[in-house]
Ligand binder design. Structure first.
Ligand SMILES: [Zn+2]
Ligand SMILES: [Zn+2]
Length: 239
């Protein structure tokens, strides 16, 4: 995300090449990044981190507990460690960090505030505890995971132990849980809802879209729904 003054990258789950290609495709290829923020150490969030941090020469913000688990392949990054739950300020962006329930060492979600706009970004969580609902209140843009369709997961190709992990309290959010959140809890301030982190094998963008549209219809809000498909950039959200 970026303001006129500050540019942040959150997670680096694919190769440096691919990330740079995607940034260039949305016109954000050149220039300096002020920071890379890391949510947790799973490879789909840090695979490109060593090469990217070196390439961008940007400081890496990561929790104190997650930091030792990151591999740097000989490169010495500028590490800025923080405690999960701490507030950060980078340039003109204020950032709230908060603990999320997921099977990683010390996973966090983020809310970004700048120029009167609030953006929530939360993926990789087994359920949505009250504390997270509280953090997400007032978000103008909410980017949330809608990881799997329960039926597809149950009949899908994963071994039972993996299925249990995904469905567990420290796994990932199902479409049903997200729809329930939209119906019962999502703040009416949220004008854009971007659903992402869709499972490749256990979900389909159209299922996510249909369910979320139905859930939103019950709210009579004018929330714009965007479903982020794997490997494809979403539109750019401007406020
Ligand atoms: Zn993930
Ligand atoms: Zn994860």
């Amino acid at each position: 995300m970026a303001t006129e003054r500050t540019r942040l990258l959150i997670d680096a789950g694919t190769s440096r090449r691919e990330i740079c290609k995607r940034l260039a495709a949305i016109g954000e290829g050149g220039g300096r990044f002020d920071a890379i923020l890391v949510s947790h150490e799973h490879s789909d969030h840090v695979a490109g981190l060593p090469a990217l941090a070196k390439n961008l020469d940007a400081p890496v913000y990561v929790t104190r507990l997650t930091a030792p688990s990151l591999e740097w392949n000989g490169y010495e990054p500028k590490l800025e460690t923080f405690q999960a739950g701490a507030g950060l300020v980078i340039g003109d962006i204020e950032i709230d960090t908060f603990t999320i329930p997921h099977d990683a060492i010390d996973p966090v979600g983020f809310c970004f505030r700048t120029q009167g706009v609030k953006i929530g970004l939360v993926t990789d969580l087994g359920y949505i505890p009250e504390s997270i609902k509280f953090h997400l209140r007032g978000a103008d843009l909410l980017a949330l995971e809608s990881n799997h369709d329960l039926e597809m997961l149950k009949v899908g190709p994963y071994p039972w132990s993996v299925k249990q992990r995904i469905m567990g309290r420290k796994g990932h959010l199902s479409n049903d849980v997200v729809c329930q959140y939209i119906r019962d809890e999502m703040d009416s301030a949220t004008t854009t809802l971007a659903l992402g982190h869709l499972s490749e094998h256990n979900n389909h963008p159209e299922i996510v879209r249909l369910g979320a549209e139905q859930a939103l219809a019950g709210r009579s809000l004018f929330t714009k729904l965007v479903v982020a498909e794997r490997g494809r950039p979403t539109e750019i959200f401007e406020y």
